[in-house]
Design a protein around this ligand. Structure first.
Ligand code: PEP
Ligand code: MG
Length: 580
């Protein structure tokens, strides 16, 4: 049994067979073969080795001819490794004695070799691990007779283990078959993490290298409640986690009863519970959990999965689906927040050294007015169908919000001139996710009808930590006293200006922060659909007075670590059934 520690991005427990996605991403169909099939399996292995050897020889000759002996020698090393008698003996023994399938024997053995290389101090030798993985991929491709498995096409349940996944790859996963995923890279605030919450599967990122320790088909437990991945679990551990999965199911059934109940504190204050979505198909989860509206519709995902740039009609169709599903309830459509870690079919300028500080989000929209207008026209048309609001992301200056509002007003006028129906007025909001916006919040609130605090970026820009960097995860904390002060200042300014303030960053989906946020005066939360029942339950079990005392005490503390420990203790007192 091996336990890895990572960063939880979506809670819950999953148990299943590993599907290792590294550079090639093959799925190993079965670990064992019948005793009678052993000889056939050995022949299959030999055929694969011969055929891969032939391929390598061919490549070696081609490269030697084109680039010279020096480069060709790289392939000679591969060939030597493949023909190594020790490797052959080891594979044969796994198939003969353990009845492993040829694929499983290859993957297990070569991954063990790769790990030995990875652990060497010598950088050159450590790099050889790639060659071993290469060899594994070639053999698996040959044995399985096909290439990389698409996550969208999975047909049997698996736990996906990968070095890294883009938000688009994650979004394409089918949650009926992907039970959970774990990545070696990735930080707590990455968009891959956010999409995982939308899929409602347990997920862990930032474990560091471990793919060499695991092969497709191995049994894996993902403990998304504690950020742990357990490889090759023993029976006792397996039983314990089966029990935990049952507990999760029981809790979910109990909380489902809250669907139509309000999130009202014990002293009678209503808290607005909105949901964050990336795709229209998430509406079912929002309705099933009693969301009072959509507080954040991340429209950039229309671009991320698309082969070509979405048209006005594509935007309109997607928005219509969401608005119709919500009926009277409000839908906040956030204009595209492309750039940084969300790269899609977007008008790219040059490579940026620092894309998180570059042409992303509202900056990209304001520099590509044609693209911006396409989206705003679709929003204008969709506004005729229901209760639509528009929100601009990453506002850093007063000029930006004024400019964005101007483009919106112009577009609305154009749409009306074209005789197309749209709402009389569309409420305008902005995200508060850059520290400069907090410094200017007293003026900014006069420009908008509502604000929404985006803690995912606010933490990143306030503390100068990349939200997707696993090595900075210990600094990337919503509970950092500096972040809490920024939230506090923002909420005070909104109250004073009588402007609604929502918090739509991941912080509001985490039960650990609910008491604190209520105590700081937050009365509207936009959370991942999966988090709605739990957060509502907490609101219903506390009084505001209790929360205010907790917030006051937390605001006096010096460090995120101290604050987190304190909040966890308080949550355990208020809602022990929610602390796993
Ligand atoms: C945020 O930054 O908190 C936010 C909600 O926006 P995103 O995660 O899409 O950047
Ligand atoms: Mg953001």
């Amino acid at each position: 049994m091996q336990i890895l520690q990572g960063i939880t991005v979506s809670p819950g427990v999953a148990i299943g067979e590993a599907l290792v996605i590294d550079n090639e991403g093959f799925r190993i169909p079965g670990r064992f073969v019948l005793r009678d099939a052993v000889e056939d399996e050995l022949q299959r292995l030999d055929r694969a080795i011969n055929s891969v050897a032939e391929e390598i020889r061919h490549n070696r000759d081609k490269v030697t001819q084109q680039l010279g002996d020096h480069y060709g020698a790289i392939f000679s090393a591969h060939l030597q490794m493949l023909r190594d008698p020790m490797l052959h003996d080891e594979l044969e023994s796994l198939i003969r004695q353990q009845h492993h399938s040829a694929e499983y024997a290859v993957s297990r053995t070569l991954r063990r070799y790769a790990k030995v290389f990875q652990q060497l101090d010598n950088v050159y030798l450590a790099e050889r691990a790639h060659d071993v993985f290469d060899l594994e991929s070639s053999l698996l491709a040959n044995l399985l007779g096909r290439s990389r498995e698409s996550l969208a096409d999975l047909e049997t349940p698996a736990i996906v283990l990968a070095h890294n996944l883009t938000p688009t790859e994650t979004a394409r996963m089918n949650p009926d078959f992907v039970l959970s995923f774990v990545t070696e890279a990735g930080g707590p605030g990455s968009h891959t993490a956010i999409v995982a919450k939308g899929l409602e599967i347990p997920a862990i990122v930032g474990t560091g290298l471990f793919l060499a320790d695991v092969s497709g088909g191995d049994l894996v437990i993902v403990d998304g409640d504690h950020g742990q991945v357990i490889l090759h679990p023993d029976q006792e551990t397996l039983d314990r986690y089966q029990q935990e999965m049952d507990d999760h199911r029981t809790l979910a059934v109990r909380l489902a009863g809250l669907k139509d109940e309000p999130a009202e504190t014990m002293d009678g204050t209503r808290i607005e519970m909105l949901a964050n979505i990336e795709f229209p198909h998430e509406m079912k989860a929002c309705i099933d959990r009693g969301a009072e509206g959509i507080g954040l519709y991340r429209t950039e995902f229309l671009y991320l999965g698309a082969e070509s740039e979405p048209t006005e009609e594509d935007h309109f169709q997607a928005y219509s689906e969401v608005i119709r599903a919500m009926g009277e309830r409000s839908v906040v459509i956030r204009t595209v927040d492309l750039g940084a870690d969300k790269m899609g079919q977007l008008p790219r300028t040059e490579e940026e050294h620092n894309p998180f500080l570059g042409v992303r989000s509202i900056r990209l929209s304001l520099r590509n007015l044609d693209l911006f207008r396409v989206q705003l026209r679709a929003i204008a048309r969709a506004s005729a169908l229901g209760n639509v609001k528009v929100m601009f992301p990453l506002i850093a200056t007063l000029e930006e919000i004024r400019q964005a509002k101007m483009v919106l007003a112009d577009t609305l006028e154009d749409v009306r001139d074209d005789g197309i129906a749209c709402a009389d007025s569309i409420p305008v909001g902005m995200m508060v996710e850059v520290p400069s916006a907090v410094m200017m919040i007293d003026k900014l609130v006069r420009e908008v009808d509502f604000i929404s605090i985006g803690t995912n970026d606010l933490i990143q820009y306030a503390l100068a930590v990349d939200r997707s960097n696993k090595d900075m995860a210990s600094l990337y904390r919503a509970s950092d006293p500096a972040v809490l002060r920024l939230i506090d200042v923002t909420l005070r300014a909104a109250r004073e200006a009588d402007v609604t303030a929502t918090l739509c960053g991941e912080m509001s989906s985490s039960p650990a922060y609910t008491l604190l946020l209520l105590g700081l005066g937050l009365r509207s939360m936009s959370v991942a659909p999966s988090a709605l029942p739990e957060i509502k339950q907490i609101c219903r079990q506390v009084s505001l007075e209790q929360c205010e005392t907790i917030a006051q005490r937390a605001m006096e503390m010096d460090s995120a670590r101290e604050i987190d420990a304190y909040l966890q203790e308080q949550l355990r007192k208020v809602a022990p059934e929610l602390v796993f």
